[in-house]
Design a protein around this ligand. Sequence first.
Ligand SMILES: *Cc1c(COP(=O)(O)O)cnc(C)c1O
Length: 443
Amino acid sequence: MTDTAVSAPSRSVVTEIPGPNSRALLERKAKAVPQGIPHQLPVFIESAHDAIITDVDGNRFIDLGCGIGVTTVGHTNDAVVAAVREQVGKLTHSLFGTTPYEPYVRVAEYLAKHTPGDHEKKTFFVNSGSEAVENGVKVARRHTGRRAVAVVEHGYHGRTNLTMTMNYKPAPYATGMGPLASDIFHAPGSYPLQDGLNGAEAAERTQYYLEKHVGVTDLSCLVIEPIQGEGGFIVPAEGYLAAMQEWCTEHGVVMIADEVQSGICRTGTTFASEQLGWVPDMVLSAKGIAGGMPLAGVTGRAEIMDSVHVGGIGGTFGGNPVSCAAAVAVFEQIEADDLNGEAKRIERVLRPLLDALAEEHPEIIEVRGRGAMLAIEFIDPSSGAPIPTAPIAQAAGLDGVLVLTAGTDYNVLRFLPSLAITDDQLREAVEVIGRAIASTKTA
Ligand SMILES: *Cc1c(COP(=O)(O)O)cnc(C)c1O
């Protein structure tokens, strides 16, 4: 990068937010784009590199969101940009199901190698996380010949008809947009802060629900995020996931890890299920897999994946060659550069800073998560009511830090920085967030 503005290491707010150029674009957006597509920060982005995004008025923000954990290797990661540039001049599309190309197979091989377990695996590609979930469910149903699909409370799986039915929260994702899909069951999961159960107890509760309310002989799959994303970075109690996998295996149920947000070196292992002691039957990846390009993978036990007849899965754009080339560049860095070590470094720096914030602000009742996927939850200590975090995120945004909210009760701040973020940028960002918390209390 030769442009010093985009490679500069610190935030810099040089206009009011939004600045005049963003203001003009916001007016155009309001006329041309439906209100259902919101924006958290009222600025338009011109460019970005590593952990810094620059808006059309020249303001620089420290990005703790990564487009929801997508640009994990850094915005405009040099190797990803080079791979995309090279591939785009060679082949942009051919439809893998008619005339295949190598990068698709290469990424499938990387996923077989890097997802948990050393059993034989196969992968096919689609365009989004939602589509990966849809296809995982389709394959599980075909494999088992069963109709029911189970998920756990506080989960998030997407915005298509099937996946919006699978979400724990109907609002805002499905409000007024039914009829929803049938045969979806929301079982209690493991949320240690709220339920106080250990892994074995929580698993027993989930199993009881599935046995009594669904019926295992009708259950095709159980889909779980190893660390829940939109739910607020909820890490299940130790042993919960392994106990559920054991139960699923015993009953012929396909257990699917929705690693769309937690995967690709986000948590300090390439997939979060690995460090939580879980070897899933199927692993879904998307968000971070192609360094900012759209791509999603469905990886599973070979015998499960091969249960689908010829032509039963696929799609026009799935596994686009440019996206696959970008994903190859991501996996090359995973193998060469210890990206999991970077996620652990971020946790080493960020967690104590968040612990200190929690000490200063008693309404922060928990600091949780793993690696570069950490969150703080806000509860009013006197009333026990959740404190919405949107005003804090808003105040931080005006001060040059982009941080995302999460949580079923909208009372979580989540930190999903790029692995390229520096220690100094993390410190600066948390300082800004501390000020934002204080300012919303006095406001
Ligand atoms: C974002 C997300 C999805 C949906 O992915 P899209 O690409 O937005 O369709 C599914 N599952 C999880 C866990 C996610 O975080």
